[in-house]
Every structure is written in structure tokens, then in C-alpha cells.
Write a protein that binds this ligand. Structure first.
Ligand code: MEV
Length: 320
């Protein structure tokens, strides 16, 4: 007998503009990428939840006693939102193409995928995108203690998105910029970087006010440049934005070196940190050959890695 099963394949995301400032009301630009997390749910006829992940191994729980434990905190918090409807347990198989340390929105993607399969199973319907967005954003905020939801929006809607928290804005942009993405070999948790930026912000309130206004202006110009396919202008805006990321304290030596190596190449229009900073990835606008990075021994030893073949997906590529 073939057992019924429910499947969701959800893309990771990459933040292009508006990091940190988005949490204070600025616009941001974020995109869905061609790296997926796939979740399969197979119902059981007992009360056991078996979670099995290609990256994190296994975890077993009971439906009447769910403990939110790492590294499955996003999955378990997502399951907890369906607690009232859960009469039976299930097996949850997670396959990830997104290493958790690279800052490509894996937490948001696994949350969205888990909520999607639970909705398919327990409510016998494909999830509505807006309510999936609201639920997943809440789960991520609960686990992480904060979060703009921009990564959740990119995972659900794909393409390149202009995002804003309030008024909630999720707007598809007209073009997909060509990107080079390089992992810096190091990850600092988003929560820690955000806390560090917030305490710096509290020391320089007025200055941050101006800096975040400039980020917002930069992002709005970037939205226009993306819609016009004007990569030369977009590259300049990335470089300006990077100056502000440096000002708010999220740059470091390795990120700087990667950014300047990218900018030196004639095919690259501009480069900046992507995501919270102090680690994760840098993103360059343009095309570079595969394996261009690491470009020296020191970078190799640090674990610098070009994410070959990574690109932005279309809205129509997201199939939940
Ligand atoms: C992290 O990728 C981007 C931040 O703006 C946090 C967030 O938007 O949730 C730092």
C-alpha cells in the first residue's frame, strides 16, 4: 500500500539591499534563489513525530509534549502552531541544499516548508500565500526574537521583491540582476549581529536616523534601477550601501577583501555584504567564472567559497 505523503519544496533567499534598516522601517530588496529545502510529511497512526534531516540528523517527539530544541527549533515551533489540529504523529523528512551557516535564509525556508506540508495534510488545501507568510514570519520572530520577514517573503513569492514591514509591501520587481555570491567562511548569528548594531545605534541615535534614511533612499533608487535593468547604476548603489554597512559596524577585513576583489573585476558593477554581516556572504553584481574564489591561500584556509551557479529564481519557479 502506498502511504499518503505531503511535499513542499521552498527556496532560500538572499538579501540585496536594506539590511538592518529594514527592521527600523526602511525598504529592502530580497530575492528567492535556486537552492531549496524540501520537506516530506508522512502521517503515522500513533502519536510520534519523527524528524529526519539531511544536515542535522534525527529527532523524536510526541504530539502531546513538544520541546522546542536546537537544531530543529524552527521546525518544532512551526509544528506547535498546528498543535490543536494534531491527532496523530508523522514522519518529517527534510532534504536541504542550503548549508545553515551561509546565511541564505535556511531558517525561513524550512519554516515555510514545514507549515506548508502541515496545512496540506491537516486542512486538505494548498496554503494561502498571505496566511503562510504571516504564520511563518511569526514563527521565525518567536524563535529568533526578531526578524523583518523579508526572507520569508522571498521564500514564498520568489523572484526579486521590494519589501517593507509597515505598511506591509511585497512587490515583484521587473528584472533579475546577475549575481556572484561568495561565502566568507564564517557565520555570526543574525540575532547577535542585530543586537550589536542595536546597541551601537543606541549610542548614536541621531546619526543612525540619517544613515537609515540614506539606506532607504538607496533602496528606493535600487528598486528603480532593477526595474529599468540599469546594472551600472545598481552597482554604484550597492557600493554606496556597503559604505553604510561599514558605518553601522557590520563589516570586517575578510568581507572587505572579498568585496574589493569583486569590484576589481571588469565584469562586476558593484559589491556589498549580503545579510546581517560580520560573516555570511558578499554579493557582487555581474558575472564571474566559477571557482574565481578563493583567490589566495589565506582565503582558502578561512573557508571562503564561491557559490557557483547560484542565481535568482522566477516567481513561477516557486511551487509549494
Ligand atoms: C539579515 O539577513 C537581515 C537583517 O535585516 C535582519 C532581518 O531583516 O530580519 C539584519
Amino acid at each position: 500500500m502506498v502511504r499518503e505523503s505531503y511535499k513542499a519544496s521552498v527556496p532560500g533567499s538572499l538579501m540585496l539591499f536594506g539590511e538592518h534598516a529594514v527592521l527600523c522601517g526602511s525598504h529592502a530588496v530580497v530575492c528567492g534563489i535556486n537552492r531549496y529545502i524540501t520537506v516530506n510529511l508522512i502521517p503515522r497512526d500513533d502519536q510520534i513525530i519523527n524528524i529526519s534531516s539531511s544536515l542535522f540528523g534525527k529527532c523524536q517527539q510526541k504530539i502531546n509534549n513538544i520541546n522546542i530544541v536546537a537544531p530543529f527549533q524552527y521546525v518544532l515551533a512551526a509544528i506547535e502552531t498546528y498543535l490543536e489540529q494534531l491527532k496523530y504523529g508523522f514522519d518529517l523528512l527534510i532534504e536541504s541544499e542550503i548549508p545553515p551557516q551561509v546565511g541564505l535564509g535556511s531558517s525561513a525556508a524550512v519554516t515555510v516548508a514545514t507549515l506548508s506540508v502541515l496545512e496540506q495534510w491537516l486542512c486538505s488545501q494548498q496554503p494561502n500565500s498571505r496566511s503562510l507568510f504571516n504564520n511563518a514570519k511569526q514563527v521565525v520572530q518567536k524563535v529568533q526574537g526578531m526578524g523583518s520577514g523579508s526572507d520569508v517573503a522571498a521564500s514564498i513569492f520568489g523572484g526579486v521583491i521590494a519589501y517593507r514591514i509597515d505598511p506591509l509591501t511585497i512587490e515583484q520587481l521587473a528584472n533579475k540582476p546577475p549575481l556572484v555570491v561568495v561565502y566568507s567562511g564564517n557565520k555570526v548569528s543574525t540575532k547577535d549581529v542585530v543586537q550589536q548594531v542595536t546597541s551601537f545605534q543606541n549610542k548614536h541615535k541621531n546619526l543612525f536616523h540619517h544613515l537609515y534614511d540614506s539606506v532607504d533612499e538607496c533602496v528606493q533608487n535600487a528598486i528603480e534601477a532593477i526595474n529599468n535593468g540599469d546594472w551600472a547604476r545598481l552597482g554604484e548603489l550597492m557600493n554606496i550601501h556597503q559604505g553604510i554597512q561599514d558605518s553601522i559596524g557590520v563589516n570586517n577585513k575578510v568581507l572587505s577583501e572579498l568585496i574589493f576583489t569583486l569590484r576589481q573585476h571588469s565584469n562586476v558593477y558593484g559589491a556589498k555584504i549580503s545579510g546581517a554581516g560580520l560573516g555570511d556572504c558578499v554579493v557582487g553584481l555581474g558575472n564571474l567564472p566559477n571557482n574565481y574564489f578563493p583567490d589566495n591561500k589565506e582565503q582558502k584556509a578561512l573557508g571562503v567559497q564561491q557559490l557557483n551557479g547560484l542565481c535568482i529564481i522566477d516567481q513561477s519557479d516557486v511551487k509549494m
